[in-house]
Ligand binder design. Sequence first.
Ligand code: GMT
Length: 379
Amino acid sequence: MKIGIVCYPTFGGSGVVATELGIGLAGLGHEVHFITYKRPVRLTSFYPNIFFHEVASLEYPLFEYAPYESSLASKLVDVVRFEKLDILHVHYAIPHAAVAYMAKQILKEQGITLPVITTLHGTDITLVGADKSFSPVVEFSINQSDGVTAVSNHLKEETLENFSITTPIKVIPNFIDFTRFKKTNKDHFRKAIAPDGEKILIHISNFRKVKRVEDVLKVFKSVHEKIPSKLLLIGDGPERTHLEELCRAWHLCDEVRFLGKQEAVDELLAISDIFLLPSENESFGLAALEAMACEVPVISSNTGGIPEVNIHGETGYLCEIGDVDTMAAYCIELLSDDEKLKTFRKNAFAHAHNFDITALLPEYVNYYEEIIDLVNQKV
Ligand code: GMT
């Protein structure tokens, strides 16, 4: 198949999933075309059957905001026609599903049928998509997609609650590539971060309010009072300055390392003992799954799709949003009992296998075939 993929090429979960999916599909022999404004960050190597088409935004003095949607739609029309794509798969509804609809209509005028699949990732439905400034377009473009997938059962339910959806939604959960995410021996690295054998807690996100990174710090503060420990904060975003200020105020600067955006997160997970994910909302929690694949138990909030990933009392613990005392208590419990930590590590690794990319890739391929057939029957 010749597959077009549209996504945000950044460190965000939707872009990561889209990129890993494209790489996986190319591994199965499909031809994959990424159409984005920048090379996706996880697309680091050369693959003979992966192509990247950059969408350039045209600047013009009249435009206070360059009309990216029009540039993307035009690029889609061009790539679909020239490369003869069989299907277009867009990740994150805003604005990609609406742009795909526009491209589809333009191509239809030219006698070309373009099957479109939209994958819903989370904030495109919950935080941003439900806002009145987007919701009519989100609802319309989901219903105009030939196929729709959601990354968790919870996200599917939430979509059906928030919008009037007429297109069936198929749940295909996020997945993990175990050839990349695995616990490796990085003892030298661990020693550099925790020279006196301190335990290591880790959090990875885009530091947006929804991630409640302040809770991560609060949890760590309590844990550190009881257990010699270090905290690794990976990522960057609007909350970072505030968090740095808190670290100074709480005299934790020597214990908390802000490492910024990192590509080799697997190496950082390899030296970590607990992953913290106290989000306000999380449709799935791909970062938690990546941690579990590297044998790191997760202490998280009990929200959205997280309970589909993190199993309470087995792979980690689920706590009420904002209940930092309970989160800290669970961390202390796990970090003070080596046997229990070992068992949770094993459980986390075992449960992560339910999301193995090798099992979930065929689900996408079958779904593509089903949607292509469905669209062709309608023509
Ligand atoms: O979490 C983010 O802020 C990034 C966001 C995205 O769209 O890039 O992530 C969402 O999609 C991920 C991949 O499907 C999910 O694992 C995340 O849970 C989801 N984030 C939220 O729902 C807040």
